[in-house]
Write a protein that binds this ligand. Structure first.
Ligand SMILES: *[C@@H]1O[C@H](CO)[C@@H](O)[C@H](O)[C@H]1NC(C)=O
Ligand SMILES: [Zn+2]
Length: 383
């Protein structure tokens, strides 16, 4: 009996260990106990109790999905050599999924100072898969993708911090348990339509989140560690919320540059003229390519904000840095720009490569030696 109990507890311990940690239901946030730099209650309060006018307005531009020869021209045109008013290069975050990604181009983006985030290995279109994804599935999709990305793009694994779930489909607690095990710092997948005016600032999951749950299941356990960078929704031209710019249903229309410019500005000002919660511009490259009015308006908007003294286009990870250590804008502009150690790449084309999930062979360009098989779930390096 004794032995059986001991054995049983050992099994339980081992089980809890593979899950990362035991989960307790999160309790209402205790503002006395939850303090920066490592803990923050979900709230629209400006970190460090700064006044809005002393708060840098961060603009977080993100692009999702594979990086390849189809979309790199627009990235090069629109983003390269763009600088903020403090003379530091702008930041942009790319949430990259594995399939049809040219890793030599990921390496190029990294070397421009942009942030490379994770968007899963498979990007399965079945949202039920993500809704029900266990900790183990999330580890294979994102934990393994971190290793895969660093390997094929030859970038430091320590430079990978963020993730976005495909279709913004949350997986409850498992995403955040996975983040702790995989050493990921922040999630940029959780929309809010309630906390837009004033907007919700980033926070942690030590305590219960007050954020509205738009695409359940949302985490309800206490999971100290990861940060949430909330996706504060835009408001479309009929007043409906949209989390990604390309999902705003009532928009100005493909060729309407003036309309798009006004539309972007209205959404920006909801942040800039209020509590300056980070302004998200979340979009897919193809949408800009097929809407020339938007492309021109977007370029004008970026040129405009790059000339404002208190607005900064930065990587998502830089926002979390600032939130952990909030300093007024006059101090922020005096900081040195980030220096980056170049990551080498001698592009190598590989293929045809076979896989189990697709009869058509794959080709891929990487900064490394060619894998034996097409890398995929359970075999992220294609060994
Ligand atoms: C998350 O963990 C809490 C606490 O253990 C639990 O009550 C809740 O059902 C979990 N949520 C999901 C979606 O697994
Ligand atoms: Zn996607």
């Amino acid at each position: 009996m004794r032995t059986a109990t001991v054995l049983f507890s050992l099994v339980l311990v081992a089980f809890a260990y593979t899950k990362g940690e035991e989960l307790k239901l999160a309790e209402p946030c205790d503002t006395e106990a939850c303090k920066l730099p490592s803990c923050r209650c979900s709230s629209s309060a400006i970190p460090g109790d700064l006044e809005p006018r002393d708060t840098p307005q961060f603009v977080v531009l993100t692009f999702d999905d594979g990086v390849n020869v189809n979309n790199i021209p627009l990235y090069r045109n629109l983003l390269y050599n763009r600088v903020n008013k403090n003379r530091c290069n702008v930041g942009v975050t790319f949430f990259v999924n594995h399939e049809y990604t040219d890793y030599s181009l990921v390496n190029e983006l990294y070397n421009r100072g942009f942030e490379i985030g994770l968007h899963s290995i498979t990007h399965k279109t079945d949202t039920q898969y993500w809704r029900e994804a266990s900790y183990e599935t999330m580890m294979r999709e994102f934990g393994d993708q971190k290793t895969q990305m660093a390997h094929f793009a030859n970038i430091p694994i320590s430079a990978i911090h963020g993730l976005r779930s495909p279709f913004l489909q949350m997986s409850g607690n498992s995403t955040y348990q996975m983040m702790n095990s995989a050493g990921l710092r922040y999630d940029l997948s959780w929309p809010t339509i309630r906390f837009t005016d004033p907007g919700l600032w980033p926070y942690t999951l030590h305590y219960e989140s007050t954020q509205d749950c738009i695409i359940p299941p949302c985490p309800t356990a206490s999971i100290p560690g990861p940060w949430i960078l909330p996706m504060v929704a835009w408001t479309d031209m009929q007043g409906f919320p949209c989390s990604m710019v390309d999902s705003c249903y009532y928009n100005p229309g493909s060729d309407n540059e003036e309309g798009w410019f006004k539309f972007i500005l209205e959404n920006f000002e909801r942040h800039y003229l209020n509590n300056r919660a980070p302004f998200g511009f979340y979009i897919h490259e193809w949408y800009i390519r097929v809407n020339p009015g938007l492309q021109r308006a977007f370029t004008r908007f970026l040129d405009m904000i790059n000339n404002l003294n208190d607005v900064f286009m930065v990587n998502g990870n830089d926002v979390i840095d600032w939130v952990q250590n909030p300093i007024p804008v006059d101090e922020y502009v005096k900081k040195d720009c980030q220096r980056l150690t170049p990551a080498a790449c001698r592009p190598t084309s590989c293929g045809p490569l076979q896989s189990d999930h697709n009869p058509t062979p794959y080709y891929m360009t990487i900064c490394n030696r060619c894998p034996r098989r097409y890398p995929w779930l359970n075999n992220p390096l294609g060994e």
